[in-house]
Design a protein around this ligand. Structure first.
Ligand SMILES: *[C@@H]1O[C@H](CO)[C@@H](O)[C@H](O)[C@H]1NC(C)=O
Length: 568
């Protein structure tokens, strides 16, 4: 008894406490530090000075080193630091060494992907009743019926709204808009409040019950259209600004939160670590701020604030730079709309539509209003991101940008003005945007793959000579296939000469998107000092046959060094 108690002398006690503290420190350090390696050097950094490496070394939320394993190991001084003070026999060597993860030989590591144009809350909303890929009105009606039958609370309550998104009439026989009558032809749907968004969000299809709620519809809507039949009666289709007439109930916070969760889970499973929210309403800004405060943003969010007003509203939205517990929320840009979309004949064209010669599309704001707003936002230091699809919209916005850059002393690299979609350009304007330099054409892969089915019908037969369409090799969910199995062959045929290389596509979804959100010093490439945001794919998307890209699976998504999806 005596002997054993004498072991705990103050000196020994201090010494053992010191040892435990060191061990704990080492453990903690080890848990937040690791080296990720690919024996086949399939780590694509998107850093031109070091494009393919064997390993990256992560400490906390940052990348501290990239290169060969041998070099990285030697330089991990924080790990050697401990062995200077404590002989290695005291603490197992393994304890002081960082963990090493090795990806499988076929797998690749790339920087975390960015979706530079998404609608976070609306995407979640769409996921509750998705209508993508249906090939007829009847298929959509059947899907709504199935939804009602599987939701007894909806079935038993005719005052409940049924909302969905994703229909695309161009995929149906005849390719004409549907109408309210299509719902009432089914007894289960008759009399229900139904409002379904088109796949691009630029048109809505509602039931008679909804039309009944809207007394005295205006004949004309600026920047919008109430589609009417021969007798002048509304058919149930509302395009662009006219959608604002539909009295859908606002979402409560619980719903917004559900939509947010759905989108973020999906995004992380696709390898998206950064999302640009392309139209953030004030109430959603507040919601995102709350999530950021609580440390509940698993991915980075770059918001484009929007207030639906033609009066200047820059003072109504907060400016947020690296906001929140994890510094992942930013709001320094605004979203404006020049025109509608191609699928609903809303894109503003310089010439009439080939398949609807009575219209050449819709400007949602007049060129004068756009000019006034863009100038004021630029003066107040906001990045301006303007939705432009048609060649007329792109022409108008280029005039405005050119005036600021050439006449008013605008600094393009400080301002970084964006054109969202930048889809159809007159050849002269394509030249002009090139000459001006620095204007960001924010082109979406999804539009190439969704619009390719009818772009040539809307714009033909002069499309080849008159119009230049930018397209991308990637697909909506950055790599996964959309429902159309024959995508690849068709895509190869359509605008094959305008395709980007895989390297260009990868840079577009990483470093270029980072630049477009003022974040190129922190993310977008696997470079020492940047945040450790990366994705592990199960196959080499840079070299596998084209068709195989679409079968790629995400093995792990990592944000700030932490695995947020899958496993390393
Ligand atoms: C534009 O802004 C950038 C970044 O602040 C600066 O480096 C550059 O010198 C500016 N260019 C001009 C012409 O003022």
């Amino acid at each position: 008894m005596k002997a054993s108690s004498s072991r705990f002398t103050p000196r020994r006690w201090i010494f053992s406490t010191f040892l435990s503290a060191v061990a704990l420190w080492a453990l903690k350090n080890r848990s937040s530090s690791y080296i990720l390696c690919s024996q086949t050097k399939n780590i694509y950094t998107v850093d031109e000075f070091n494009p393919k490496v064997e390993c990256i070394s992560v400490k906390g939320s940052r990348i501290v080193d990239v290169g060969d394993y041998a070099d990285i190991e030697q330089q991990s001084d924080s790990f050697n630091f401990i062995s200077k003070f404590v002989p290695s026999w005291m603490i197992a060597n393994a304890l002081t060494r960082p963990k090493v993860f090795e990806v499988s030989p076929g797998a690749v590591v790339v920087p975390g992907l960015a979706d530079a144009h998404a609608h976070v809350i609306e995407n979640g909303y769409m996921m509750q009743l998705p209508l993508m890929g249906f090939r007829s009105v009847q298929d959509v009606v059947d899907r709504i019926k199935a939804f009602i039958v599987s939701h007894p609370d909806v079935e038993n309550d005719k005052s409940r709204w049924i909302e969905g998104m994703g229909w695309d009439q161009t995929k149906w026989p005849g390719a004409g808009f549907p109408s309210a009558a299509d719902f009432d032809s089914d007894p289960l749907l008759k009399g229900r409040l139904i409002s379904l968004s088109r796949v691009d969000g630029h048109a809505r299809w509602v039931s008679f019950a909804v039309l009944d709620l809207m007394k005295d519809l205006p004949e004309k809507v600026d920047g919008g259209l109430v589609v009417r039949d021969k007798e002048g009666k509304p058919t149930g289709i509302f395009v662009d600004n006219a959608m604002g007439l539909i009295p859908t109930p606002p979402w409560g916070e619980a719903q917004i939160s559900d939509f947010f969760d759905l989108t973020i889970k999906q995004a992380l499973s696709y390898g998206l670590t950064s999302i640009h929210d392309a139209h953030t309403k004030l109430e959603h800004v507040k919601f995102f701020q709350k999530m950021a405060d609580a440390g509940k943003l698993p991915s980075r969010l770059y918001l484009m604030g929007n207030v639906a007003s033609e009066e200047y509203w820059g003072h109504q939205i907060p400016r947020l730079i690296n906001y929140g517990k994890h510094k992942r929320l930013n709001l320094r840009s605004v979203k404006l709309f020049a025109d509608g979309a191609l699928g609903s004949w809303g894109a503003a064209l310089l010439e009439p539509y080939s398949d609807k010669p009575e219209t050449s599309g819709l400007m949602l704001s007049s060129p004068e209003t756009l000019k006034r707003l863009v100038n004021q936002f630029w003066k107040d230091g906001w990045q301006t991101n303007v939705h432009c699809i048609g060649d007329r919209a792109n022409h108008v916005i280029l005039d405005i940008y050119e005036d600021i850059l050439e006449q008013r002393g605008g600094n393009v690299s400080e301002w970084r003005p964006r054109i969202e979609h930048a889809q159809i350009f007159a050849p002269k304007d394509l030249e002009r945007i090139g000459k001006l330099g620095g204007i960001i054409a924010s082109v979406q892969p999804t539009h190439a793959t969704s619009d390719m089915w009818y772009a040539e019908i809307r714009l033909a037969p002069t499309s080849r000579s008159k119009v230049s369409t930018l397209s991308w090799v990637s697909t909506p969910q950055p790599l996964a296939s959309p429902s159309d199995g024959d995508l690849a062959p068709r895509f190869r045929r359509v605008f094959a000469d305008q395709r980007l290389s895989r390297e260009q596509a990868l840079k577009g979804m990483t470093l270029d998107a980072a630049y477009a959100s003022f974040a190129e010093h922190d993310i977008g490439s696997l470079t020492p000092g940047k945040n450790a945001d990366f994705v592990v794919f199960d196959r080499n998307i840079m070299t596998v046959p084209f068709e195989e890209i679409l079968n790629t699976r995400v093995q792990a998504t990592v944000v700030d060094g932490q695995v947020v999806y899958g496993a390393l």
